[in-house]
Design a protein. Structure first.
Length: 83
């Protein structure tokens, strides 16, 4: 599921969770590298997470990964609010 909320004062949280196999800490670190593809059978260039990370850093945000209560991966993106 996907949830967006202003849970933290002055910030917007976007949380995405799934019930898939999840990722290990090592795979998460690898997936953040530009051009890295963890599933070679799936189409793509391996740019999505690295572009997301660069954008989050540019806006002084935070990106965290963990285990979802659904059993898969949980990703939380937090961006500071602007005036």
């Amino acid at each position: 599921g996907v949830r967006a909320a202003a849970d933290a004062p002055g910030a917007l949280d976007i949380v995405v969770e799934d019930d898939g196999p999840g990722l290990s800490e090592a795979d998460i670190a690898r997936a953040m590298a530009r051009g890295a593809r963890l599933d070679e059978a799936a189409p793509g260039q391996g740019l999505g997470l690295s572009i997301l990370k660069e954008t989050v850093d540019l806006y002084a945000g935070d990106l965290e990964f963990g285990r979802s209560e659904l059993g898969g991966l949980k990703a939380r993106l937090r961006l500071p609010a602007t005036d």
